[in-house]
Write a protein that binds this ligand. Sequence first.
Ligand code: NAG
Length: 282
Amino acid sequence: MSWLQARLARNFVQGCRVFSSSAPARWPTGANVLAKTLTRRRTFASSVAFWGTAFALATGFTVSTIHLDAEVPPSPAEDETRVDPATSIAFPTTLKIQSKTPLPTFTLMGVGVRTVSFLGIKVYSVGFYADLSNPNLAIPKDATAEEKIEYIVKSSACVLRIVPTRNTSYGHLRDGFMRALQARQVLSKQRGELTPEEELAIQSPLRKLKSMFPNTPLTKHSPLDILATAPSPKQPRTLIVRDLGSVQSDWLAREFILAYFEGKGLSPPLKQSVIEYVETHL
Ligand SMILES: *[C@@H]1O[C@H](CO)[C@@H](O)[C@H](O)[C@H]1NC(C)=O
């Protein structure tokens, strides 16, 4: 395979490996290397197949076949992760998603824990990624950190990676998402940013999103990736829920992500972490 394919594949595999390996050392040595390699390849193949399906559904893309014929040694720069101190869950600092029409490399801007307020139970860690290489991204220099975040969410493709800290269910996550989106609807109306016609138009995408989540468990430490494609004059943005499906709606794609940054945020540590990234990098 080409150098580029090898590099992309390696990045992707690393993303999977962080969550599939339960060994304390991330780079195993000795006899279990082969076993782990095989596991990784399987994880990789099924992940690619899924994203391929989602993108094909969402945009009509077809996905190229990637062959992982040779084990590629890790390079330190591409193996970087950032750990959520509240849960010890690690997030790759860059995320590359395979599809035939190239998707950008996503940059990790922050991580944080989502806690159920009244009991203080840690539900999941969440990482926020954005396409900071987008040439159309002209982040206003004199804006506040919060305004810059909003600008990024509104202008570029982004990903939320959600990693449960304990066994949970898709239904549980779905209920949280739907509550957050209901709150966004109320807020959008109060701010005069959602007309009655627009409100009517988002009901079907909202129902589609709600029906996407199966009635099955979601295992501790399995990442759930939620991607909002970049805005385009040609078609509405697509919100893709990895393994589950996709829905087209500018409002839904944008507001799903913005919910994490409203007020204190659904995860205040995530918001704080992204603000720090913006203040030091952008
Ligand atoms: C979590 O789910 C996995 C897979 O279903 C199971 O093997 C494991 O025992 C469960 N852990 C707990 C703490 O229930």
